[in-house]
Design a protein around this ligand. Structure first.
Ligand code: C2E
Ligand code: CA
Ligand code: CA
Length: 637
């Protein structure tokens, strides 16, 4: 009777049982991959179990149990056949392919395993895999090595399949598969060379490895709140989309969290988050809670009824003051509801849509609810289309420039003109500049767009040099991002040089919020403009948060008062006094003052009485095409 060393098998068995317990106990995603993984652990446990029992039977002196031993050993061999097949299944389930396609592929690929199982069953009669002599001694049959060939076949298929579908797997997952296969090869090698029963142990180590690198639910939970994290949400959503599940979500944007963290402290903020995550978990029945960003939670549900219930509870919850420690405070948030999220093409699209919905709600210290509907969807699609079209527009230079003349308040002559970009879409028509400029900023296209447009302005001046004597300058808007991009300022100067134009004929307008991001590159850009003679104008003064002190830090020669400051100046004496004093202060500081957005004669008269320098607005002129500008300036018919 041969004696086997079973320590490795027992260790492997205990390891797999512990791992299985952990895996089941943890919160995890019920996707195909985790499903296959769970099944794989079960097969692994059974394989080791039958391995141990058959080894005990074969090690002891049980000739009278020969029949039972044969059955148990056959069951063990069947599991030995199933394991390699399921590792192929597992590797394939890591791909982002449709569940139906996966099952279909795996059905075909199961044929060799089925044949092998039949061979194991037939072994009962023919003893081709193994047999026992009348004394109860175990012997390998003449086809014994088929079991190894079979395992090698699936191992190689797993490797080749993973290489073939590498773009659908991540590198991390591909490496995990390779390492799993490597562990198995080593385990088989040791068993073949030494006779120690290391294959079963190798399987459990391999499974542990997969658990740690791919299927560990802990790596998907948020450290602070213990709910699922963003990674998990993306993974889960992708699975719902692939399976076309009917799923609804509520996203909670806690837009005041940053402020609370910096004012009261992040410990306080953490406590608030914990409290909220507990509440969210208590109101989620069929779905789950996810923390998809520092200040964003998502709640999912499987039925509309539950979605509606959650929505009402959430709204009520966020309208009440929160009690943290002994403090009470208001914590207004935006709640976005989207039903049937599986209709989105991927996580990125849903994320962009949520961002869009949030942008539609004013952040005015109130809890607000916004639900996706046809109108919001159309708005979102419009924005997406514009975003796509922008790339084409920059590539093919499809923009135009309009010029809004700016008038002297004193004698109503045109002193300067502001260049304003225009973009026309073949089906959507004119796209609002505010929109395409902000999208260009977000898509990283703004600098290219600005270079194209500035070139256009220079070309107009070059073609009509009389402009140089009629106008003091031309105003050109610069986005904050253009100032912080290294080298961009110099590129603008180069264009002026290329057209051989005097740099002091250009004035760049910079919005007020730039003055808040006072950094090194910005300083360099400003210096380049000044050294080359280009002047600067502070745009939209009074619309943001900059105070006079920050304004004084930058060398502007001109300040443009924002259109919103004009609201009510004709009816409210306090507003009027405020406007007038700003004009006085700025002029005392030697800035040229431009009033923007003047639409009525009453406004004009007031501004004139306060001795504002320049007037820009629809009252005098809307932005004009270059031809119309030239006509207005009597430079063409
Ligand atoms: P902005 O620089 O404040 O430009 C003035 C905006 O106010 C223009 O809108 C102009 O048409 C509008 N406006 C002028 N007078 C009146 C008025 O009396 N009443 C009203 N209601 N509006 C008036 P527009 O052309 O739609 O441009 C919007 C914004 O888009 C601009 O605001 C500017 O921030 C940005 N923008 C436009 N072109 C460019 C560009 O080439 N580069 C950059 N970076 N931004 C640009
Ligand atoms: Ca401007
Ligand atoms: Ca402005």
């Amino acid at each position: 009777m041969k004696l086997y060393n079973m320590q490795f098998l027992i260790a492997g068995f205990i390891l797999l049982l512990t791992l299985f317990y952990h895996f089941l106990k943890q919160r995890r995603i019920n996707d195909t991959n985790n499903g296959v993984f769970r099944f794989y652990i079960i097969i692994g446990i059974l394989d080791l179990f039958f391995d141990i029992v058959s080894t005990i039977l074969m090690s002891g002196d049980y000739p009278e149990k020969a029949f039972e031993t044969r059955i148990i050993l056959s069951v063990f061999y069947i599991f030995q056949v199933l394991l390699p097949y399921f590792i192929l299944f597992y590797a394939q389930s890591l791909r982002n392919c449709k569940r139906e396609l996966l099952i279909k592929t795996m059905k075909y690929l199961s044929l060799p395993a089925i044949v092998m199982i039949l061979i194991v069953i037939a072994n009962f009669r023919n003893g081709y895999i193994f047999y026992f002599d009348p004394a109860g001694n175990y012997f390998r049959g003449k086809w014994y090595y088929l079991v190894y060939f079979h395992a090698a076949f699936y191992g190689i298929l797993t490797l080749l399949g993973s290489i073939y579908h590498l773009n659908e797997l991540t590198t991390q997952k591909f490496h995990a598969i390779c390492q799993f296969l490597f562990i198995e090869v080593i385990a088989v090698g040791i068993q073949a060379a030494t006779g120690l029963l290391t294959i079963g142990f190798g399987i459990s180590i391999g499974i542990l490895f997969l658990y740690l690198s791919i299927n560990n639910p802990n790596s998907y939970t948020d450290n602070l709140t213990g709910v699922f994290d963003k990674n998990f949400f993306q993974h889960w959503l992708q699975d719902q989309i692939t399976r076309k599940k009917s799923i609804h979500i509520l996203a909670i944007e806690m837009y005041q969290l940053k402020q609370i963290n910096s004012l009261i402290g992040s410990e306080f903020g953490d406590q608030l988050l914990l409290q909220i995550s507990e509440k969210l978990q208590s109101i989620s029945y069929t779905g789950s809670v996810y923390r998809t960003g520092g200040d964003q939670f998502i709640l999912s549900s499987n039925t509309i009824a539950e979605y509606e219930k959650q929505r009402n509870e959430l709204q009520e919850y966020f309208e009440q003051p929160f009690k943290v420690g002994s403090e009470f405070l208001k914590f207004p948030s935006i709640i976005c509801g989207v039903i049937h999220v599986a209709e989105f093409s991927d996580n990125d699209e849903l994320e962009a849509y949520l961002e869009y919905l949030i942008s539609l709600v004013p952040k005015d210290n109130q809890t607000a609810m916004i639900q996706s509907d046809q109108k919001t969807m159309e708005g979102f699609r419009y924005k997406q289309e514009v975003s796509r079209y922008l790339t084409t527009a920059v590539e093919q230079d499809l923009f135009e420039i309009y010029y809004q003349p700016v008038f002297s308040a004193e004698n109503e002559s045109v002193v300067t003109a502001e260049a304003l970009s225009r973009l026309n879409h073949p089906t959507l028509g004119n796209i609002p500049p505010d929109l395409f400029i902000s999208l260009a900023e977000r898509n990283g296209l703004i600098c290219d767009l600005a270079l194209l447009q500035f070139r256009r302005v220079c070309k107009l001046v070059k073609d009509h040099p009389q402009l140089l004597s009629i106008l003091q300058n031309i105003k050109f808007n610069l986005s904050p991002m253009e100032l912080v991009k290294t080298g961009h300022a110099m590129q603008l100067i180069q264009i002026i040089r290329e057209y051989q134009l005097p740099p002091d004929f250009f004035q760049f307008e910079i919005t007020e919020n730039v003055t808040m991001q006072y950094n090194r590159t910005l300083q360099d850009s400003i210096q380049i403009f000044l050294n080359n003679g280009v002047s600067l104008c502070l745009d939209d003064f009074g619309s943001g948060y900059a105070n006079l002190n920050t304004v004084l830090k930058l060398p502007f020669s001109c300040v443009k008062l924002d259109r919103t400051l004009l609201t009510d100046i004709c009816t409210n004496p306090q507003v009027a006094t405020f406007y007038e004093s700003i004009v006085r202060v700025l002029q005392k500081l030697h800035f040229l003052v431009v009033s923007e957005g003047v639409e009525t004669e009453r406004e004009l008269n007031l501004l004139r009485s306060w001795e504002v320098d320049l007037i820009q607005g629809f009252y005098f002129s809307r932005p004009l095409s270059s031809d119309d500008l030239l006509k207005t300036l009597s430079l063409s018919k």
